[in-house]
Design a protein around this ligand. Structure first.
Ligand SMILES: CC(C)(COP(=O)(O)OP(=O)(O)OC[C@H]1O[C@@H](n2cnc3c(N)ncnc32)[C@H](O)[C@@H]1OP(=O)(O)O)[C@@H](O)C(=O)NCCC(=O)NCCS
Length: 159
């Protein structure tokens, strides 16, 4: 049996498949976060901003997950999206994506990585806690009147 190919790639518009990659990520994002009334998100527009970056995961050529982050200042970065397709979950890929983004931030001398997460998203909460993220603030009604968020942060000298 052929070995499984697992590849993490940093997004570049130079790649011949960049349009397809963004379409698939958009589709995964919409499916994963359909319960939130979020405004439509254009990854294409976001990634025209040089502060934003995307790392995606392909398993045997199938787009299986992504992490997107924004280096909002020279000192801090924000993870603005993370998802793994349902059929590939619980195999360490979410952790690998998040660690890859953190390492990129470290290489840019970022001091703090933060994110917002719905406290009801237990897998994500557990992943962030496992990697050492701490809860900073609770935001009532962050996503909608009945959908709250924690802001969590991770200081890079701690990993
Ligand atoms: C959160 C998410 C990216 C995790 O991806 P994953 O590939 O399944 O996670 P991993 O296999 O790398 O798991 C890493 C850790 O996360 C936690 N975790 C992941 N899935 C979990 C689950 N179903 N229940 C409890 N903890 C879980 C565990 O701490 C796990 O470590 P362990 O394997 O040592 O127990 C994935 O569940 C997902 O896409 N969820 C929907 C989108 C989402 O919530 N994104 C975050 C928005 S802020």
């Amino acid at each position: 049996m052929a070995a499984t190919s697992i590849v993490l790639t940093e997004f570049h518009r130079k790649s011949t498949s960049w349009v397809k990659v963004l379409e698939e990520i958009s589709s995964l994002e919409n499916k994963t976060f359909s319960e939130y009334q979020l405004p439509p998100r254009s990854f294409d527009d976001e990634l025209k901003d040089k502060n934003n970056a995307l790392i995606y995961l392909e398993i045997d050529g199938d787009l299986a997950g992504y992490v997107i982050y924004s280096c909002s200042s020279s000192l801090s970065a924000v993870i603005t999206g993370l998802a793994v397709k349902e059929n590939y979950r619980r195999r360490g890929h979410g952790e690998a994506l998040l660690k890859a983004a953190i390492e990129k931030c470290r290489s840019k001398c970022i001091h703090r990585v933060s994110l917002h997460v719905d406290p009801l998203r237990t897998p994500a909460m557990n992943l962030y806690k496992k990697l050492g993220f701490q809860i900073d603030t609770f935001f009532k009604g962050f996503y909608s009147s009945d959908q709250d968020a924690y802001r969590m942060y991770f200081d890079l000298n701690e990993m």
